[in-house]
Design a protein around this ligand. Structure first.
Ligand code: WTA
Length: 652
């Protein structure tokens, strides 16, 4: 990462929006300027106007921002609407027969759903959920493959005011159980399995383990038949999706809910061992999701938008399940892995489904780039007109590859910075307007006030680095951490006495006022664009009966961006040689079971003890330097056992 940041800091190239793109873009320079001016003159008026234009209200709001409980802000809080109605029903008159979803399974199976069909499926499943006992406010966990039913389930929850919490299908049974328990969920919606990388992801099996153990809240498990392979069904608790919808009406009036009604929880990693349930509200979230699909992805009626994110992540919420539908777009959903059966799969899908706007993660680009240009060059990518990235800083080399090999130098690249907590894109180039620099997310969108401040909360002038903060509340911000408002305040607000939202990233600004993200300032690691807390992995490791202590740090990784490096103290003699190899494998699988495959450490080093300061704190900076093969600049004379350094370096 250090190397990337250094090369990023030297980056001088500037790419103006291609004239052909700019000419027909939704937002022209004057439009963008007008929006910025409007927000600068009347912040609340700006957001109120957007909310009235973009959303259909069952009951119009009169209050815009309620800051009486700051930093628990509320937006449009006396208004009522339904999110699903705003994504589906609003389109029926004008574009009911337009394709909403084009789905491709990993095995090559395809299916399309028009807005009318999708509305009917969502309504039918919403009725089925009600029949299974779901009522507004209930938490429903969704643990599904990337198939249309995942979006149908999310939209159905929204339609009846139930609060979904999607758990990424790659998470383990243990991780699923923790999230179910924390949310107090009543229903799990899952599938017999999903197809990925030529194999089957055993979702139902993991659900059985999660729900079977000590889960007191789950009453029903709804199971989509996707793979058709044999799974256990527990009678009284489990019901097949197709049985749940059989004979059920496909009309379900959307339930108007308060603007602040929670739309969903989404768990994400923080600095402690326990993931946080980020809680989003209905109206503000949808507003920003819709606007950014129009402003940033420039979606028009002829576009085919493919955001490759899984619905288990926030990107799959805002740029698959909600935003593009609210904007009336056609979206692509793909079930499987990017290199199945070969590294041309993404590009083949782009050609065959006519993708015009493509949004993915730098880690995917780096992985695909390694396979060479022949794969993308085999396919006709001429329909693509706009490219985007999200999840981590993109290194200029990957940016240039995206620009030349995929975009053929005619597509703007939008490098979008945002977080689970922000609900939607905060900083990004506006494709027809902003000149881009490889590796910079450029500047904030209208109505979003980003800044960089020092330890005392004072703005850092150009070139200096500091804490990335957001100066004013915005409609799609998280509302709280589910069940733990104190943690919400402590994590995001306390540092600067509730004045700014603290993103947890460090950043710097260049002479043109462009933002460059330098990385996390907390103990969060970004592995393949996915956030993991080092504490979470440490907790998983020490949960192993033979592990006494563990310390986890990150190191740069060519494809994943960062990878996990664990130092482990074992009970009994320190394992060496073959034994160490066997135990490394065992521990990696163990972490996979406790958290999920993405959390498996790439490196594990066994040591007799961990380096600590006199006050007993683990010397993480030292461990990080060793993991990165950097020179040790720290004073190590306080170490009880200096010989430990050789063990940590793997030399003894
Ligand atoms: C990082 C993903 C640099 C950042 C939407 C942030 C980025 C975290 C970018 C949020 C970007 C996301 N450039 N870094 N364009 N986008 N990040 O919650 O550290 O999974 O805080 O949301 O990813 O990750 P999350």
């Amino acid at each position: 990462m250090t190397d990337n940041i250094e090369s990023i800091l030297d980056e001088q190239r500037l790419f103006e929006p291609p004239a052909s793109f700019a000419a027909s873009a939704r937002l022209k320079p004057a439009d963008l300027q007008a929006l910025h001016d409007e927000a600068a003159n009347d912040y609340q008026g700006f957001w109120a106007a957007r909310a009235r234009e973009a959303l259909i209200w069952d009951r119009p709001f009169t209050t815009v921002l309620d800051d009486s409980n700051a930093p628990n802000y509320a937006w449009f809080s006396d208004g009522e609407l339904n999110v699903s109605a705003n994504c589906l029903d609003v389109h029926l008159a004008e574009r009911g027969d337009k394709t909403a979803i084009i789905f491709e399974g990993e095995a090559g199976d395809r299916r399309t759903l028009s807005y009318r069909e999708l509305t009917a499926e969502v309504s039918r499943f919403a009725n089925a959920l009600k029949e299974q006992g779901a009522v507004a406010g209930d938490r429903i966990v969704i643990y599904m493959p990337m198939v249309p039913e995942a979006v149908i389930a999310m939209q159905a929850c929204a339609r009846i005011g139930a609060v979904h919490s999607v758990v990424f299908g790659g998470f383990s049974a243990t991780a699923l159980r923790d999230r179910i328990n924390d949310a107090g969920a009543k229903i799990v919606i899952t599938a017999d399995g999903g197809r990925r990388g030529g194999g089957i992801v055993e979702l139902k099996q993991a659900t059985d383990t999660a729900v079977g153990d000590d889960c007191r809240t789950i009453e029903k498990v709804i199971v989509l038949k996707r793979t058709g392979h044999e799974v256990n069904m527990t009678s009284g608790r489990d019901i097949w999706w197709h049985d749940a919808v059989a004979g059920v009406s496909d009309e379900c009036a959307p339930l108007p809910v308060n603007a602040e009604h929670p739309l969903f929880l989404l768990y994400t990693s923080g600095s402690t061992g326990k993931p946080k349930g980020i809680q989003h509200a209905s109206a503000g979230y949808l507003l920003h999701a819709k606007l950014t699909n129009q402003w940033v992805f420039d979606l028009n009626d002829n576009d085919v938008f493919w955001c490759t994110a899984d619905v288990g992540w926030i990107t799959g919420h805002s740029y698959v399940a909600y935003g593009p539908l609210a904007a009336g777009a056609t979206i692509v959903m793909y079930e499987g892995g990017p290199v199945y059966p070969d590294a041309g799969r993404f590009w083949k899908i782009c050609e065959e489904l006519g993708v015009t706007v493509f949004y993915t993660a730098p880690t995917a680009l780096r992985a695909l780039m390694k396979f060479g240009d022949d794969f993308p060059n085999q396919y006709d990518l001429s329909k693509i007109r706009l490219l985007g990235t999200v999840g981590e800083p993109i290194n200029p080399e990957a940016w240039m590859w995206y620009h030349t090999v995929i975009g053929k130098e005619r597509c703007p690249i939008v490098d979008t910075w945002w977080q689970t907590e922000t609900g939607g894109i905060m900083m990004t180039p506006v494709p027809g307007v902003t000149a881009t620099k490889p590796g910079s997310c450029t500047q904030a969108l209208p109505g979003i006030i980003m800044d960089i401040v020092d330890d005392n909360g004072n703005p850092v002038e150009a070139e200096g680095g500091g804490y990335l903060v957001i100066r004013k509340p915005w409609p799609s911000m998280l509302r709280t951490i589910w069940g733990d408002n104190a943690r919400y305040i402590e994590t995001y607000w306390e540092k600067f006495q509730n004045r700014y939202y603290v993103a947890g990233d460090s950043a710097h600004r260049d002479k043109d006022g462009y933002f460059w993200i330098m990385g996390r300032i907390d103990d969060v690691v970004n592995v393949s664009g996915h956030r993991l807390g080092t504490m979470e992995v440490e907790s998983a490791l020490v949960a192993h009966p033979r592990v006494v202590e563990a310390a986890v740090v990150s190191r740069p990784h060519e494809i994943k961006g960062e990878s996990i490096f664990a130092y482990v103290v074992f009970r009994g003699d320190r394992p060496v040689g073959d034994e160490a190899d066997t135990l490394t494998r065992e521990l990696r699988d163990w972490v996979g079971e406790q958290v999920g495959s993405i959390a498996k450490p790439d490196d594990i080093r066994f040591t007799d003890n961990l380096p600590k300061t006199r006050s007993g704190k683990i010397m993480r900076r030292l461990l990080r330097a060793i993991a990165r093969g950097e020179e040790i600049t720290q004073d190590t004379s306080t170490l009880e056992n200096e010989a430990i350094l050789d063990q940590l370096r793997g030399l003894a």
